[in-house]
Structure formats: structure tokens, C-alpha cells
Design a protein around this ligand. Sequence first.
Ligand SMILES: NC(=O)c1ccc[n+]([C@@H]2O[C@H](COP(=O)([O-])OP(=O)(O)OC[C@H]3O[C@@H](n4cnc5c(N)ncnc54)[C@H](O)[C@@H]3O)[C@@H](O)[C@H]2O)c1
Ligand SMILES: CC(C)=CCC/C(C)=C/C=C/C(C)=C/C=C/C(C)=C/C=C/C=C(C)/C=C/C=C(C)/C=C/C=C(\C)CCC=C(C)C
Length: 598
Amino acid sequence: MLKLGFLPPPPFSTSKTLKSHSNPSSFSPCLRSGRRVGRTGGELGQGLGSRPPASVSAGAAVEAPAVEGGGGRGKGTGEEYDAIVIGSGIGGLVAGTQLAAKGARVLVLEKYLIPGGSSGYYERDGFTFDVGSSVMFGFSDKGNLNLITQALEAVGRRMEVVPDPTTVHFHLPDDLSVLVHREYSEFIAELISKFPHEKEGINKFYGECWKIFNALNSLELKSLEEPIYLFGQFLKKPLECLTLAYYLPQNAGNIARKFIKDPKLLNFIDAECFIVSTVNALQTPMINASMVLCDRHFGGINYPVGGVGGIAKALANGLVDKGSLILYKANVTNVILEQGKAVGVRLADGREFFSKTVISNATRWDTFGKLVKVDDLPEDEKNFQRIYVKAPSFLSIHMGVKASVLPPDTDCHHFILEDDWAKLEVPYGSIFLSIPTVLDSSLAPEGHHILHIFTTSCIEDWKGLSVKDYEAKKEIVADKIIKRLESKLFPGLKSSIVFKEVGTPKTHRRFLARNNGTYGPMPRNIPKGLLGMPFNTTAIDGLYCVGDSCFPGQGVIAVAFSGVMCAHRVAADLGFEKRSPILDTALLGLLKWFRTIA
Ligand SMILES: NC(=O)c1ccc[n+]([C@@H]2O[C@H](COP(=O)([O-])OP(=O)(O)OC[C@H]3O[C@@H](n4cnc5c(N)ncnc54)[C@H](O)[C@@H]3O)[C@@H](O)[C@H]2O)c1
Ligand SMILES: CC(C)=CCC/C(C)=C/C=C/C(C)=C/C=C/C(C)=C/C=C/C=C(C)/C=C/C=C(C)/C=C/C=C(\C)CCC=C(C)C
């Protein structure tokens, strides 16, 4: 196993400490071979299973101080925080920790038992599973775009990481197999060897991506909604800012078509974009495509030792160290408005907490559909819903398998689309597979590997079923996917399984509070790049959004950037950073207008 030595071992979360806490979370409620822990009903009235026992406390995973008995001024017992963050996904945690590091007093309220949301973890029978995918961008020791590393450092945390020598192994129709090597030159040489007639086009398209990545990487990243910073960057780096402004409304597919003619190679570019955006290249903003297509070679993909869940735990611990608070089992049902301004939140159990600002890490559909009670949806949100719809959810299969089933030198991440390019964006059409134990063997008992298999799936496919039919359908669908993997990659896979848990879009909705299980917005049609994507401020004074329904969209590094931007804008509004109210009005008005023409 290669070890990247740039960071010392984390003081807070080795795989050992992860495993020493008993079963703190339960992403998918169904246990192996029909073993179940009872049901609590809830939104999955059809019986997906249950959360872990209520006696399992957040403190088992994070040293969170208790915030008991309501802290609201409504109850006359609590303080007014600078900011309340609803939700502890990476977006919410980065916003919270950045603010705490600037000296603000923050309260993070998380519905679930542990932090992390879709970047959380759960443990079963000695296996530590990542809830979401295990491909981590922005986790290197280089440049300005290593936002995960920087977010941890802001609260005095570091994690040991293992570099992945290959980002992803594509297994595509017509036996096209492409390995995305960490070394850019090796990847380009491999791609050119498959498409020698497109050598120039390949170099030009990926070269264009580097132009954008280098511009991004040269900037100090803060809020694009804060004029003093934005105009300052234009003065310091005019060429880079103009480059970004030029590409902001463009998509990767159009640019690829300028340089590349071979339809099969264009299909490959679609697959490159699809794995990070769940849409094809024509619908993927060029800035986002460049970010991921280059960071994987610049900083590389690096896996945190002990699992992805360690990132959220470290951020939550860091937040507490900075004198702020995180409270679990805190289900926010309302944002409290006074004279049109957000001043606090109410929980399902009736407790109220008050603050100068409220930041929602819930999806925009939930923030404006459930948490904020206004008669009419603000124009900005109508505009957002005009341009974007909910991206599909996933069916995920977490498995523990005997190590002997994997050939030696198996890569960590695979993307499989067997025989028909037309199936790329169709539910269950393609298969994502991560085997994080290839990089960190401590995640599984000796002699075993973890396989996390996922494929796009829509909640509609899982509605209206009885408990029995729902469970049976999960088994049937999972079985088909496993058979496909058996015939494409790993003969004998089924008989090597020692643990299996299947999650559906309903599981994602229930345990991660994702609206319809979605992983963020996707454009309804061909978008104008990132131009229509809302930033962090909202139409409601004092209310901000953070996470994947904000600029720049889905992905851990993307939501980390949204957290950095949000914290900067909120800090300026709270007086922790410089601001100019006149320039604010002008810039926010201009950005709003850009969104309406997107
Ligand atoms: N490797 C990867 O790239 C990878 C892996 C996992 C996840 N992801 C990405 O992470 C992104 C999501 O991050 P995010 O930060 O936007 O959101 P998130 O879904 O991870 O976190 C939101 C959090 O808010 C909580 N929450 C929601 N409503 C609440 C309420 N009313 N009260 C209290 N808590 C509430 C949820 O329980 C959850 O913990 C996804 O887009 C996904 O692509 C990426
Ligand atoms: C304001 C205006 C108007 C103008 C101005 C100009 C300028 C200055 C601009 C600027 C801009 C900027 C800064 C921007 C930024 C951006 C960014 C940072 C972005 C980022 C992005 C990212 C992303 C999108 C990411 C994503 C990722 C993901 C999603 C991932 C995923 C993964 C997976 C799923 C994996 C797969 C797996 C397998 C295959 C197994």
C-alpha cells in the first residue's frame, strides 16, 4: 500500500478509534440475511427497517457538548448565536467551521446521530462503510483547490491519506477499457493509444481544462457574492478572472466538440462527466468538468485512512474546539422569521434556538418547501426550479466479500457500462464500484474487501410497494447488478459475499434527509454552464443556503467550496470581515440578473 507522507497520523480518527465505537450509525436499515433490528416506521412506512437504538449517542462519535433543554430566547434560557447551521453535511460543517475559525459562535443542528450526511459512515460486522462514494478530490497538500485539507486545517485537524494510483477504471462498450492514471501523461498516452487519430483533439480538450484549472488554482477562493474580494481578485489576477468569466456559461460537451470528432471518444467524454455530474458532457459546466478532470492529476485522489466518515468527525471535533456547538437528533422543522428576517429555528420537539443568521444545509427544495413557511416561493427559487430538477438518486449495495475473489492489482474505482452507450444516463444503465479496502485494508476484517456498488435509481421506482414486495425487489435488483459485475469483472462474486446491505432512494431520503433521495440539482435542459446556479444568499434576509443545491453543485469538494463561500459572505454580513453595503447591493443585483438570463 502506498502511503502519502505529507500529513501526520490524525490524533482523532484512525480506523481503530472508528471501530472502537459500536455501530454509531445506520445508513441502510436492513441487515444481512434478513437480520433486522426492528422498525420505527417514519417516512418509510413500508418497512425499510430502523435507525439504530436511540440510546446510541452522538458523543460516541464526536465529542459534542450536550446542549440540553432548549437554548432559545423563546424559552428564556439560551444565548443568541452568530449563526445556526441546519445540517452537518460537509457543506454545513465547512460553513460552520470556517465561521467558528473567524471567531463566530456557531450552533450546528443535525437531525441524525453522527455528522457527515452523505459523507458519513456506518459499521457492520467489522466493516467500515462509506455512505457515499469514496473518490476524494481536494485532499492533497498542493495548490489552492485542496479545500478539504484546508477546511480541516482551519480547525487544527489533519488526516493521513492514501494516494490512489488510478482515479477510475472505465469498462465501456466495444471493450473500450481506459485507466485514468494519477500521472496525467500516462492517462493521456493511454487515451491516445485507444484513439490515435484524435491525438490533437485529446490534447486540446484536456489542455483547455488545464487552462481553467490553473486559473482557478491561482485564486484565493472566497465568496463570489462579496464584492471587495471579487473585485480584488480581478485586480490581482485579471487574466485568470477573465478566463473564468469566459468559461462560466459554457459546458464541457460543446468545447469537446470543437476539438474532437470521433463519436466514440465524445461518448467517453460523456462518461467522464457523467460519473461526477450524473449528466452528459453537453450538460456539465466546463468549470466543474475542468476542476475534476485536472485535480485528479494535480493533487490526485487521496483516500482518508479510516474512511471518509473521519472527515466529518474531524470537522465536528474542530468546531467544538473552536468554542462552537453541534447538537444531534435535532430535527429542524421551521426557520423562524421575524418581520421577514430569519432569526432562528424550531425543532420537531418544540425547542427553539435563535441566531443572527441561519444557514441551511438541507436541499433548496426542503429549505423552501418545508423549513421556510412563506405564502409564495421567492422569485429566485422559482428561477432555480425553472432551470434545475432533482438529480436521480442511487441504489447502493454495500458488501463485504472474501478477498480471494478479486484478482491481484484490482483498481479501487470502476465504472461499468457494458454494451450500449445509450444506457449511460438510464436508471441502472451503468454501475459505479468502489473497493476502498484496496487502499486502506483496515476498513475490513483480515482476508476481506469492501465493495460499494451503486447505480442511478429514481424514487418513483420504489413507491407504493408493500414491505414484502419492497424487500423482495431490493434483492432482485441487487442480484441483477451483482450478476453483471460477475460476468464483467469478478467471476464467483456472489458466492464470496459475507455481508450485504441494499439501500434505495428511499433509504437516502430517510437517513440522509435528501429530498426524494436526490444528490442535488441537475439541469432541466442544456444549462448556460454555471451561470444559473444560485450562490449562498437567499431572498430572505439572514437566511443562507449551503451544499449541493448551491454553486457549484454536487460533490464533496464542490460543497466544501460552497461552505467556504457561504462562511465568507455570512462573516462579512456579521462584521467579521470587511464589507461595503453599496457594492453588495450592486453585485448581488448583477448576479441575480445573470441567473435570470441563464
Ligand atoms: N466522493 C464523493 O464525491 C462524495 C461522497 C459522498 C457524498 N458526496 C456528495 O456530498 C454532497 C452532499 O453534501 P451536502 O453538504 O450538500 O449535504 P449532505 O446531504 O451530505 O448533508 C446534509 C445534512 O443535513 C442534515 N439535515 C437535512 N435536513 C435537516 C433538518 N431539517 N434538520 C437537521 N438536519 C438536517 C442531514 O441529516 C445531513 O446530515 C452530494 O452532492 C454528494 O455528491 C460526494
Ligand atoms: C462572479 C462572476 C459572474 C464572474 C467572476 C469570474 C470568476 C472570478 C469566477 C470564479 C469562479 C470560481 C472560483 C469557481 C470555482 C469552482 C469550483 C471550485 C468548482 C468545483 C467543482 C467540483 C465538482 C463539481 C466536483 C464534483 C465531484 C463529484 C460529484 C465526485 C463524485 C464522485 C463520484 C461519484 C465517484 C465516481 C465513483 C466511481 C467511478 C466508483
